[in-house]
Design a protein around this ligand. Structure first.
Ligand SMILES: *Cc1c(COP(=O)(O)O)cnc(C)c1O
Length: 473
């Protein structure tokens, strides 16, 4: 194959993908917000089976994938998908991510990809700026908040054991001083996965009681810290996955510091409150943390997969992760992305973050965050007057927690009625939201973090939700 041939091959199949992708993004604006095809239906569309003996035409493969994607995707790129905590992707971020695939760089070292390294370095600086974190902190680009929590705890483990005179990188945890771990009763489950993965276990941890909004109680934490001996790690969160509430870090941080413990903050989406002058107070004190995990694929609206780990201890960050190798070539003064993450080879995911931040600017990020929160309040205000609706949380951020009550007002039926309403909303398809269990109550969870959602989308969705409630009553 000569070069002209190779670039022709690229241009026709990439043009096809661009056409299909732009068509998809148009259709998704009005399509049913959920998925109405079964796994078997998709398998039929995506034949051939068994595995074909001979290769097939690339354009045809792209077309068939695109056809299946029209049916087999959640409309999370659309403006009325409120399930889990799911961002969309800004057009510039999607486009930048296409370049990343076209370049196909191995983003592990500067030598392998100067552009990946330099752009990541710029994006790291901008992230600390927009989230108001200290400039000296280290930054790593990982796949999501799960990996950011994991990486934070690897660094925490190194740091607290080193202070106790133990070299965990060399000697592992066998015979190490036991590390006390305190988490919130409502820590996200990824904290527990991360604790498992770093060898700290998820069953031996202390769970600190929370208040009526799901925030860790500082008085209870102080009591637990008094009892804890030896090296210690405390896991807090800003952005409770149900209520959106933030643990009171300005009260928590001094207590954790005076005990010499490591303070980790899971801020997968809640950390973005820091980008807004009017919401920043919710995360006050985060700059006193030792590590922070967040996502870019949620509220910053870049494509999956994109999470970020920040630490206040750059040396510990690298010492915990880097195993020297003679064939790795470091470049003086340049960033080697692999030294901040558990990954070795990986995609240049910092580039979509750079593009999103540059396209929005400080004002744009602030507006995006504030707009989503104002949409959440608008949604709550539209639902609240209905006699069969109870809003369970203070809508302080982008999450709305709703309980639906049957007309007979029988408490035993509330869970079943709420589940029926959620199923009805999912079937209707104007918008999509899921159910959760919170403080022993079944509730619907509405999360708003898509850049393209408008007030009209909120009003349409609220009307659709209430009409399901009326229909089922
Ligand atoms: C979403 C979320 C996570 C997990 O993030 P991923 O990006 O899915 O890995 C962790 N913690 C909180 C609070 C979250 O909302």
């Amino acid at each position: 194959m000569d070069l002209a041939d190779a670039s022709d091959k690229h241009s026709s199949v990439l043009a096809r993908a661009a056409l299909q992708a732009t068509n998809y993004l148009r259709v998704i604006q009005e399509r049913h917000a959920g998925v109405r095809i079964s796994g078997d239906g998709l398998r039929q569309m995506l034949g051939p089976r068994p595995f074909p003996e001979n290769g097939e035409n690339p354009e045809r493969i792209v077309d068939e994938l695109a056809g299946a994607g029209l049916l087999g995707t959640s409309a999370s790129q659309g403006p009325r998908y409120f399930g889990f905590v799911t961002g969309g992707s800004l057009p510039v971020a999607t486009a930048a991510d296409w370049l990343v695939s076209a370049w196909d760089q191995n983003a592990q070292t500067y030598v392998m990809s100067p552009i990946a390294s330099v752009v990541e370095d710029i994006a790291a600086g901008w992230l600390k700026d927009v989230l108001q974190l200290p400039t000296a902190w280290s930054v790593g680009f990982v796949t999501g908040a799960q990996m950011a929590n994991f990486t934070s705890l690897i660094v925490a483990r190194h740091h607290v054991l080193r202070n106790a005179g133990w070299d965990v990188e060399r000697d592992g945890l066998f015979g190490a001083p036991p590390i006390g771990v305190l988490v919130s009763e409502e820590s996200h489950r990824t904290i527990f996965t991360a604790l498992r993965m770093v060898g700290l276990g998820d069953g031996r941890v202390g769970r600190i009681e929370t208040d009526g909004q799901g925030r860790m109680r500082p008085d209870r934490l102080a009591q637990a810290l008094e009892k804890a001996t030896g090296p210690c790690i405390v896991c807090t969160q800003v952005g409770n996955v149900n209520t959106g509430a933030a643990d009171p870090l300005s009260e928590i941080a001094p207590v954790v510091r005076s005990r010499g413990a490591w303070l980790h903050v899971d801020g997968a989406f809640g950390m973005w409150a820091a980008a807004s002058a009017s919401l920043r107070h919710l995360v006050a004190g985060v700059e006193q943390a030792d590590s922070v995990a967040t996502d870019a694929h949620k509220w910053l609206n870049v494509p999956y997969d994109s999470g970020i780990v920040f630490t206040a201890h750059p040396e510990s960050h690298q010492r915990a992760l880097v195993v020297p190798a003679h064939y790795i070539q470091a470049t003086e003064g340049e960033r080697d992305p692999r030294t901040f993450t558990p990954d070795e080879s990986r995609r240049a995911r910092g580039i979509a973050v750079y593009a999103a931040l540059r396209a929005l600017g400080r004002r744009g990020v602030e507006e995006l965050v504030e707009r989503c929160c104002s949409h959440a309040r608008r949604m709550a205000d539209a639902l609240r007057p209905h006699p069969q609706v109870r809003i369970l949380n203070d809508v302080a951020l982008n999450q709305v927690l709703v309980q639906f009550v049957p007309l007979n007002d029988d408490a035993r039926d509330e869970a079943a009625f709420t589940e029926a309403v959620v199923a009805g909303i999912q079937a209707d398809g104007t918008c999509w939201l899921g159910a959760t269990l919170w403080h022993a109550r079944r509730a619907a969870r509405i999360s708003i973090c898509n850049w393209s959602t408008t007030e009209r989308d909120i009003d349409r969705s609220a009307a659709a939700i209430l009409s399901v409630v009326d229909r089922l009553s």
